[in-house]
Design a protein around this ligand. Structure first.
Ligand SMILES: Cc1cc2nc3c(=O)[nH]c(=O)nc-3n(C[C@H](O)[C@H](O)[C@H](O)COP(=O)(O)OP(=O)(O)OC[C@H]3O[C@@H](n4cnc5c(N)ncnc54)[C@H](O)[C@@H]3O)c2cc1C
Length: 265
């Protein structure tokens, strides 16, 4: 019998690798309008099975406990009932092994609130936007682009995505499509473990910034002209923040607006 807490249905699951997926969920009721880049919580009961591709861990959870975690919404903000998430499996984790065991049609819980301050509302029009991510930290930028690509024709938009292997580059075809069709959009995937067939960038994002990859396309690293968004691995966030601090960037907060926006997972 279905748990009465479940309020949504899995409508799609695309495994990009065995530990990386795009999960699509339809909520029974539409959610309020939200801002691209915000997150919501999703959850499953502890009684749900873990994926066979996860680590067996000792868990002291009551079967009726609802395990909830926050996830950035990757879909466009005009979709208020059909949501997309980009999720990596922490094999020893509590929720993600259960999420990876879901199949289309399964029921799930989704919070009624969509919240967070990682959005474009404090980026003045006329500013370039540089979106830097590692791994699933790409999710909020997919929502930015699906929601607002057409609003930013006059400025430059950049996505820099760091990953280990080529197959970890989720959303690559969508980003290459935008790159091909929009002159003001630049997509820079960079890999740490690529084989010889990879002709793109290699190594850490901060090294590419030091090597003036942005200046080469006419982007000035100046808080008045370019806003930076960072999402993902704490090491990347620290080193890119240090790089930007030397160029007079301050971290944005509600109290102290700045041109450096950070979402830590
Ligand atoms: C605002 C916000 C948005 C988020 N959005 C996303 C998203 O879009 N996609 C996504 O995949 N995750 C996202 N996360 C992380 C997510 O909420 C969970 O923390 C993650 O999925 C692990 O959950 P779990 O229950 O499986 O692991 P837990 O049982 O909670 O954690 C087990 C251990 O794994 C560590 N851990 C957590 N995440 C990772 C990781 N990625 N790699 C390695 N170790 C990890 C934890 O620090 C902990 O020590 C977001 C987090 C925040 C705060």
């Amino acid at each position: 019998m279905e748990n009465s807490q479940y309020n949504s249905t899995v409508t799609g699951k695309i495994l990009i690798t065995p530990d990386l997926m795009v999960l699509r969920i339809r909520t029974d009721e539409p959610r309020d309008t939200f801002k691209a880049g915000q997150f919501t919580a999703i959850g499953l009961l502890a009684s749900e099975k873990r994926s066979p591709n996860s680590v067996v861990v000792e868990e002291n959870l009551k079967p009726e406990a609802l395990i909830k975690r926050p996830y950035s919404v990757a879909s466009a903000n005009h979709e208020t009932q059909d949501f997309e998430f980009y999720i990596s499996q922490v094999k020893s984790g509590t929720l993600t092994p259960r999420l990876f065991n879901l199949i289309q049609g399964d029921r799930i819980w989704v919070d009624k609130r969509i919240i967070g301050f990682f959005d474009l509302s404090m980026t003045p029009s006329g500013c370039n936007i540089v979106m830097i991510a590692t791994g699933t930290g790409l999710a909020p930028y997919i929502s930015f682009l699906r929601s607002h690509l057409r609003d930013h024709k006059e400025t430059k938009l950049v996505v820099m995505h760091g990953a280990a292997y080529l197959w970890d580059l989720g959303y690559r075809s969508e980003l290459e499509f935008i790159n091909f069709n929009f002159d003001n959009f630049y997509y820079y995937p960079t890999l740490l473990q690529a084989d010889d067939s990879w002709k793109g960038l290699r190594g850490y994002i901060e090294n590419h910034l030091e090597n003036k990859i942005l200046e080469d396309i006419g982007i000035e690293i100046n808080p008045e002209k370019t806003h930076f968004f960072l999402c993902g691995n704490p090491k990347m966030i620290n080193s890119v923040s240090d790089f930007l601090a030397k160029r007079n960037y301050t971290r944005h907060s509600k109290k102290n607006p700045g041109a450096l926006h950070i979402e830590e997972y």
